[in-house]
Write a new protein. Sequence first.
Length: 135
Amino acid sequence: MNFIRGIIEIPFFIAVLVMAVINDGFTTFVLKPLGLNITVSLSVLILVLFFVGYFIGRLDGYVANAPLRAALRTHKKANKALNKEHDKLNKEHDKLNADFSSLQQNFAQLKGQTAAEAKAQMMAKFLNLFKFKKD
């Protein structure tokens, strides 16, 4: 977009400069309420009015895009919050996957044991619940 703007602006700037150089006469402005007579070179007047108009146009464009910039800031904040939530959920997902894989390993271990060994192990755990521990 800036490239296209440059393609349009540079020849326009050159045309204004050429017009300012060609017009080397003077003009007089009369400010009646103040009673002032001001004599100004046409080339200076052309350049000053051109640059004042250019900067007013740029300022108008800046002000016109203010709602878009505000919406962009809001979207950036929302995006940042969503990224944080996504990272948190990703970590939780990884933790749950690790827990699930350990459960699968435990299941595979228990499946490998014989029924009698599993029953004896469960009975030992059950009996340990009722023992008194001395500290």
